[in-house]
Design a protein around this ligand. Structure first.
Ligand SMILES: C[S@@+](CC[C@H](N)C(=O)[O-])C[C@H]1O[C@@H](n2cnc3c(N)ncnc32)[C@H](O)[C@@H]1O
Ligand code: SF4
Ligand code: SF4
Length: 467
């Protein structure tokens, strides 16, 4: 039973951000997200002082002008709920540990019932309130690998942001409401001061994830990432065999190191997502890559078909796109593997009214990207420069950029070809790639069209065969 003498602290593995009228709290262990109302937010803020329950009661009574008797029950109920969700830690009371007894069952049911709808609601609120809940921070263009498809250019990097320049940027991102921070590159772990940056990000209460090639993850790197409550690592696996992966990265031994890196994180209970870009060089191993993923026990896997042009404007890497016959063979292997799996039915067509509301691309809605030099962009792929974070306050860029305003306003109805396209709901069009390919953010993307048509044709043929 919680007593007034208990001392309460936030679980140090949580990340949180207070937005108008709510605080969003994320816990990587169990991958849960929570929304606290205004009253709970006041308590959450106060917990940084590691107060006793009695002190919290006095604080709440004062803030909300209620009697201490009235506040006591509410505070205790709230703290027990937070403990059940593993968001706070009790110590120093008469019977420590009771809260933990409550927690296991409450946490499980809480997670199952609340998480997905809650995440959508939080994203909607961020969009409505124009809060960038997510930022992608490219720490360097430098990398120890030379992947043949990579869009990153300009190596070795000169004039990249220093730790002293990154800290005020992180401060501003926190002030803007960013909770989820992705550290990427190039290879972010190649920066000698990577952990100083990550530690500062955690001090500022960000939840951080890492995009990495995995090769620089040693046991001690994995230990430090665990200590810092890394939310998720996304590791690129570009083949099911060393021969294929290393031929793409152009560095021998990179496959073994990437797999070892993934294992070290998985062993420590860190969420790991493996991801790949399907190319003519690796798509024939699609099922073997999936088997590898399953054998490692990673949290999830994602494969993408689009190849973004290089940042220097060259589209020469597009020649790596898989052949139509390879893409069809991949779809066929999937189907052979899962013969009972239903072919997805055609989604119902969208009305003209719906098209006016649908946001075709999330860029700039609730996220932004800052490159290794401090240049600010709407996302990883749209290379429309919004400003320089070294010289312009981020709030001025986020709230004041006319370019960003225009991008945010784009709706499906504004895209002449895509809004009339029957494949829209199955298409993975990327607005940034469309801009690179055609010069327009409103155009269809030839690469996306090609992929969508090949996949659709295959499905149509299979459906005919079934009839
Ligand atoms: C640029 S890398 C940076 C992080 C890290 N070095 C890695 O490889 O995961 C981020 C992701 O973009 C993918 N990528 C690189 N070039 C790409 C391109 N031209 N088109 C699509 N994805 C690309 C990589 O495979 C990787 O999954
Ligand atoms: S590891 Fe990542 S940054 Fe490095 S070359 Fe490959 S895709 Fe590019
Ligand atoms: S990119 Fe092409 S396939 Fe995709 S919705 Fe637009 S027109 Fe259709």
């Amino acid at each position: 039973m919680l007593s007034l003498a208990h001392t309460i602290a936030r679980n140090p593995r949580t990340a949180s951000r207070t937005w108008p009228a709510e605080t969003v709290v994320y816990l990587p262990d169990g991958n849960t997200i929570h929304s606290l109302n205004e009253t709970a937010s006041v308590v959450w803020e106060f917990l940084i002082h590691r107060p006793t329950v009695a002190q919290i009661v006095r604080h709440v009574a004062h803030e909300f002008e209620v009697s201490e008797e009235q506040a006591t029950q509410d505070v205790k109920t709230l703290l027990e709920t937070l403990a059940a969700r593993n968001l706070v830690i009790f110590s120093g009371g008469l019977d420590d540990g009771n809260a933990r007894g409550v927690s296991a069952t409450a946490r499980e049911s809480d997670k199952a019932e609340r998480q997905i709808p809650l995440l959508y609601r939080i994203k909607d609120r961020a969009r409505e309130q124009n809060i960038p809940m997510h930022a992608l921070l490219e720490l360097t263009n430098n990398c120890n690998l030379w992947c043949r498809h990579c869009y990153i250019t300009h190596r070795p990097a000169k004039g990249e942001l220093t730790l002293d320049e990154i800290k005020p940027i992180l401060d501003q991102l926190a002030d803007l409401g960013v909770l989820f921070l992705t550290l990427t590159g190039g290879e972010a772990l190649s920066r000698k001061d990577f952990f100083s940056i990550a530690e500062y990000a955690r001090q500022r209460d960000f939840s951080f994830s890492l995009f990495t090639n995995g090769t620089l993850i040693t046991p001690s790197v994995a230990d430090r990432l665990k200590e810092l409550a890394l939310e998720r690592a996304e590791i690129s696996i570009l083949g099911a065999t060393a021969a294929t992966h290393d031929a793409i990265t152009q560095v021998e031994g990179s496959f073994e190191k990437a797999i070892e890196g993934a294992r070290l994180l998985i062993d420590r209970g860190i969420n790991v997502q493996l991801k790949t870009t399907w190319m003519k060089l690796n798509i024939d191993e699609s099922e073997e890559i999936r088997d590898l993923v399953d054998s490692l026990g990673v949290t999830s896997f994602r494969g993408g078909n689009l190849i973004i042009h290089r940042r220097d404007g060259s589209s020469e890497n597009s020649s790596l796109a898989a052949e139509e016959s390879q893409m069809r063979a991949m779809q066929q292997r999937r189907l052979d593997r899962h013969p009972g799996a239903q072919l997805p039915p055609d989604p119902p067509p969208l009305s003209e009214e719906q098209k006016k509301d649908i946001i075709p691309c999330g860029a700039g809605q609730t996220s932004l990207r800052i490159d290794a030099y401090g240049n600010v962009y709407p996302c990883a792929a749209i290379n429309v420069l919004l400003g320089d974070a070294k010289t312009t306050p981020l709030a001025e860029i986020w709230y004041g950029s006319e370019e960003l305003e225009k991008i945010r306003a784009i709706r499906l109805a504004d895209l002449p070809e895509c809004s009339a396209c029957a494949l829209w709901q199955r298409c993975t069009r990327c607005a940034g790639l469309a801009l690179m390919e055609t010069g327009s953010l409103f155009a269809a993307s030839p690469q996306a069209c090609r992929v969508a048509r090949i996949q659709h044709k295959f499905l149509e043929e299979k459906q005919c065969e079934l009839q």
